[in-house]
Design a protein around this ligand. Structure first.
Ligand code: MN3
Length: 202
């Protein structure tokens, strides 16, 4: 089964004004679709064909640049659309809030550290909130389309929240103002989805 573009589950303009409709549409239909097309081409006829994207990331041959870049691109963007779902967003609470309080003191402490990781990631990449076995959470970042599922990348945990800081994620609306985009992203997070991912990662 070839990889296919996941449905967003919401309209392109549903994240306005935090993320504009044009950026969402191009990001989803052009950028994410291109990673999928290139990934399908890269795995066709190889032992990776038919594997899940999670298993491909975890077993990544980091020297295989087409699979690394495009497999990461597919995994990362699939997560990104999910955690931005504007329906039934909820609030940070429960076991995830406890884990965040343990690691960063408070929700505000977490937001500050996460924004710093996203702001200081030089060039193109991602910042992540990950879970380790036992439930400890950790913020990290990675370049390009790498993610912490891949060998030796970031903190090595399971990502439950990720922000795309490639310019294609924000340039139409925010130009060079990455910190403004990050602030807008923080208010757009669907905590119900992130909490479900936290529970599933344990
Ligand atoms: Mn992107």
């Amino acid at each position: 089964m070839a990889f296919t573009l996941p449905e967003l589950g919401y309209a392109y303009d549903a994240l306005e004004p935090n993320i504009d409709a044009k950026t969402m549409e191009i990001h989803h239909t052009k950028h994410h679709q291109a990673y999928i097309n290139n990934l399908n081409n890269a795995v066709a006829g190889t032992p990776l064909e038919g594997k899940s994207i999670e298993d491909i990331c975890k077993g990544m041959d980091m020297a295989n640049m087409p699979v690394r870049n495009n497999g990461g691109g597919h995994y990362n963007h699939s997560l990104f659309w999910e955690i931005l779902n504007p329906n039934d967003k909820g609030i940070l609470s429960g076991a995830l809030l406890e884990a965040i309080n343990t690691a960063y003191g408070s929700k505000e402490g977490f937001e500050e550290k996460f924004a710093a990781a996203a702001t200081t990631r030089f060039g193109s990449g991602w910042a992540w909130l990950c879970v380790h076995p036992g439930g400890k959470v950790e913020i990290c970042s990675s370049p390009n389309q790498d993610n912490p599922l891949m060998p030796g990348v970031g903190c090595g945990g399971t990502p439950i929240l990720g922000i795309d800081v490639w310019e294609h994620a924000y340039y139409l609306n925010y130009q060079n103002r990455r910190p403004d985009y990050i602030k807008a992203f923080m208010t757009a997070i669907n905590w119900n989805v992130v909490e479900k991912k936290y529970a599933a990662a344990l």
